[in-house]
Design a binder for this molecule. Structure first.
Ligand SMILES: [Zn+2]
Length: 411
């Protein structure tokens, strides 16, 4: 039996030990690698079908468009220290409202961004607002603008061309030019600021309407070197013919005065605005309450009628072809009414089971049977401060009107 010396045995043990250690190390390195690849591997197929080491970053996706965002439009006129009529608001009150927008998490966006969102090209914040100032009073330039600058809010001036540069309270072309240079958006409010549904006495309606819509756009574009894309109907009133002519004239957005929170699908040819008036503080309150309207009423019709700031659907004197219309009114301008006292009557039907939402101030009734073609009167009555208030308007169901699609859109 060969004798193996103790040194050799020790050497052999050391060698075996070293081999074991090396093996363990190798195994653990393998494990580490396995672990590493286990972390990375599941990601690679979703990132790119190529092997990991060749993975290329995918092209950046455009930011997603928030289709659930909602927007409301505020409409102002004049800014005066002691407001004497419904078109004026005190600068301090205006400033307070601008701050309230901020405090309520509402972001003021430009007309341009709103339209881009409406075309599904761009996103806007979930609660957005557009500020518009109508008519072309100089107080828009020297009172409102400095306040809006402080907040960094974009805004739109809807001016009617007959009122520019005529002195008094009117804004001048030079002032408008200065605003344009600073990025203020300037859009059309017609030439003469007359109700677009009927021509002034002795004038041919179509010729007159054409000039109000095409002419005002042209004048603003020529004088200021801008592109006019929006129109605000004087008094918020229009009819189907007015809408069609305005769209043909190249306006991308048409604004009424029916205050509402609008979704991305709101019809661009009748976008609602909250007419903010110092004598109706409730209007601004409803405007900033995004959560109460639930965005359920995009694109409803509007009008100012007997009670001039009440807005209704169908509008006063509107002809509709829909025989089962939804009759709707915003009663905010009636003041603090007693909800249970509110009543809607329709000629030929008596009191109808209308529903009232105290938060949005909307009273709504949808006919469940077809109306025969004729004129209908809607009478709203309610109690406020112990007094009975009543307001009325009328509409006509006329099957020859056509445009059934558009008439039913809002309901
Ligand atoms: Zn106006």
């Amino acid at each position: 039996m060969p004798v193996i010396c103790i040194c050799c045995r020790m050497l052999a043990l050391v060698l075996v030990f070293l081999l074991l250690v090396a093996g363990c190390k190798k195994a653990s390195t393998q494990e580490e690698q396995n672990e590493k690849s286990a972390v990375v591997a599941p990601i690679s197929p979703t990132v790119a079908p190529t092997p990991m080491h060749e993975a290329v970053a995918p092209p950046p996706l455009p930011p997603p468009i928030d289709r659930t965002a909602r927007v409301m439009v505020l409409c102002y006129h004049r800014f005066e220290d002691r407001p004497k009529d419904r078109l004026a608001i005190a600068p301090a009150e205006f400033k307070k409202q601008m701050q309230q927008l901020k405090d309520s998490g509402i972001e003021v966006i430009s007309m341009e961004n709103f339209l881009a969102w409406h075309r599904s090209e761009k996103s806007i914040p979930a609660k957005s607002a557009i500020i518009t100032i109508d008519d072309g009073y100089v107080s828009g330039y020297d009172v409102a603008w400095p306040i809006l600058k402080e907040f960094g809010y974009p805004f739109t001036m809807f001016v009617y061309t007959n009122y520019i540069n005529i002195g008094g309270k009117s804004i001048s072309w030079a002032q408008l030019g200065e605003m344009r240079d600073a990025g203020v958006n300037i859009e059309s409010h017609t030439v003469s600021h007359k109700d677009l549904r009927r021509a002034p006495k002795g004038q041919d309606y179509n010729t007159w309407l054409h000039n109000e819509l095409y002419g005002s756009k042209q004048i603003l574009e020529d004088k200021l070197g801008i592109k006019v894309v929006a129109l605000a109907f004087p008094y918020g009133t229009y009819n189907e013919n007015v809408r069609k002519t305005a769209t043909a004239a190249g306006y991308e957005a048409l604004f009424t005065v029916y205050g509402q929170h609008m979704g991305i699908d709101a019809p661009a040819d009748r976008l609602g605005r909250y007419a903010v008036e110092s004598i109706h503080p409730n209007v601004f309150k409803s405007a900033i309450e995004f959560d109460s309207s639930g965005g359920k009423a995009p694109g409803v019709e509007s009008v100012q009628l007997a009670a001039t700031s009440m807005v209704t659907e169908p509008m006063n004197e509107e002809r509709i072809s829909n025989t089962r219309p939804t009759v709707k009114a915003n009663v905010a301008s009636m003041g603090a009414i007693e909800p249970n006292s509110l009543e809607m009557r329709i000629s030929g039907y008596g009191v109808v089971p209308a529903t009232y939402d105290p938060q949005t101030k909307l009273i709504t009734y949808t006919f469940t049977q077809n109306l025969v073609p004729r004129n209908y009167t809607v009478i709203l009555s309610a109690k406020a401060n112990g007094k009975r208030l009543e307001t009325r308007w009328n509409f006509t169901v006329d099957l020859t009107t056509g445009d059934k699609q558009a008439d039913t859109q809002g309901s």
